[in-house]
Write a protein that binds this ligand. Structure first.
Ligand code: AMP
Ligand code: GLY
Length: 432
């Protein structure tokens, strides 16, 4: 099969890497891809949000399956356009992608479907937003309704902080149209986890639970990022809890989408959860694999991903075919100096082949490009170094060994990936 992967991040390199292991995979294309995907796929210079260009590429190349990595093309209707052209696509329709594209759409769906989530109100005026925040009490969460690249959420500790966030979004228009409506939401307490599930419109199969590290610095300090590292399995999600999550959250949401307006959801459904004292509650849904969650989930997926994706697209998913390997995976993100703020690009990355030569270490590229035979930085998150081993401590040792031999000017990474799971098991930090 000829397979096209849309996107250019670490998630997409991990997808290409996993797809390349399938006996069903022939040529793989990446649009636009990065220096990592280029080692396994043919990169084609079509941007991930160029819907016309992507449809033309898939048609011209007679692609057998298009796998969409990021949310933006999905919310723009890429899957619908491909399906209309008779081209198989892994990823939900625009109607399904509303689950990520509008936080209020997702919230209403959960409220109507009885799916556990934080209480929330929609507000589109400053006065209404302020009064709702006062009602819920502090801390309170202020969220832009639309897509904001992971930056549209503020946890306000006081009325003054809530007011500043509300003014930023509703008055100053910080997120443009995405922030014209805001959610004022109850602040949940607990530990977060990410659940990624294959969904074929009806059936679902959950992958290994994982945990992201959203803050820039050790100890969960500093600004929010796209994710500085991840590990799986996340022990905060117990095996018993997984059954509840499948039934009451994933399957209930797929059903709610169908009942609401006939939306048949096919692709990956990602539930960002808070494991509270009352059980797991949904913080957000995404319509795609997580990044960097994919970089730890896919190495532990004991299945032919192409077979699973094809079955998902056809509405014939066999959940028993989606197995998880024993063992753990840990991914440490190496970011450009200054990220998530402004940063320079074009720094030469050294040590990639030495890191890649370490057994059970995989270096997933994110913001990288090729320049005159060198790999150079081209984004905020540059690499995700993943280690796979029998347990989390050993996986972390491997990931950090990989990080140690890679260098580029200004690089920074977190040294405490996995700290919550290690604290549970009583182990210390293995970071370097
Ligand atoms: P999101 O962009 O929806 O993933 O939110 C970013 C982060 O904000 C989440 O990963 C949580 O850490 C935090 N967050 C969002 N909503 C809530 C909530 N209702 N309660 C507590 N934390 C939240
Ligand atoms: N790691 C968070 C996300 O992919 O949205």
């Amino acid at each position: 099969m000829k397979i096209l992967v849309v996107g250019s991040g670490g998630r997409e390199h991990a997808l290409v890497w996993k797809i390349a292991q399938s006996p069903l995979a022939g040529e793989i294309l990446a649009a636009p891809g990065n220096a990592g995907t280029a080692t396994l796929a043919r990169n084609v210079a079509v941007a991930a949000d160029d819907i016309e260009g992507l449809v033309r590429l898939a048609a011209d190349e007679r692609v057998d399956l298009t796998v969409v990595g990021p949310e933006v093309p999905l919310t723009m209707g890429l899957a619908d356009r491909l399906a209309d052209a008779g081209l198989p696509v892994f990823g939900p329709s625009a109607a399904g992608a509303r689950i990520e594209g509008s936080k209020w759409f997702a919230k209403e769906l959960m409220q109507k479907g009885g799916i556990p989530t934080a209480a929330a109100y929609l507000a589109n005026t400053r006065e209404d937003a302020l009064s709702r925040a006062g009602e819920l009490g502090y801390p309170v969460v202020i969220k832009a309704d639309g897509l904001a690249a992971g930056k549209g959420v503020v946890i306000a500790q006081s009325a003054a902080e809530a007011e500043a966030a509300i003014d930023d979004m509703l008055v100053r228009g910080r997120f443009g149209a995405s922030g014209k409506r805001v959610l004022i939401e109850e602040c949940l307490k607990g530990e977060e986890a990410s659940i990624l599930a294959f969904v074929d419109g009806e059936r679902s199969a959950l992958m290994v639970p994982s945990q992201d590290h959203k803050r820039a610095f050790d100890g969960d300090e500093g600004p929010n990022t796209g994710g500085m590292g991840a590990y799986a399995p996340a022990p905060v999600v117990t095996p018993a809890m997984l059954g509840t999550i499948k039934r009451d959250i994933i399957d209930a949401t797929v059903r709610a989408l169908r009942d609401a307006d006939g939306t048949v959801y096919r692709g990956v459904l990602y539930a960002g959860l808070m494991v509270t004292e009352e059980g797991p509650k949904v913080i957000e849904f995404n319509c795609r694999f997580g990044d960097p969650e994919a970089q730890v989930t896919l190495p532990l997926l004991d299945a032919d991903i192409v077979e699973v994706m094809v079955a998902t697209v056809r509405g014939e998913l066999d959940p028993s075919a989606v197995k998880t390997s024993s063992g753990s995976a840990a991914c440490v993100v190496m970011a450009s100096g200054g990220y998530p703020g402004s940063y320079e690009k074009g720094k030469v990355v050294g040590g990639l082949s030495s890191a890649g030569a370490i057994d059970d270490v995989v270096v997933f590229h994110a913001g990288t490009a090729e320049r005159d035979g060198d790999v150079v930085t081209s984004g905020g998150r540059v690499l995700g170094v993943t280690g796979v081993a029998d347990d989390l401590s050993a996986a972390l040792v491997l990931a950090y060994e990989g990080v140690r031999v890679i260098a580029f000017a200004g690089a920074h990474h977190r040294k405490d990936i996995g700290h919550r799971a290690l604290a549970r098991s009583g182990a210390g930090s293995t970071g370097s």
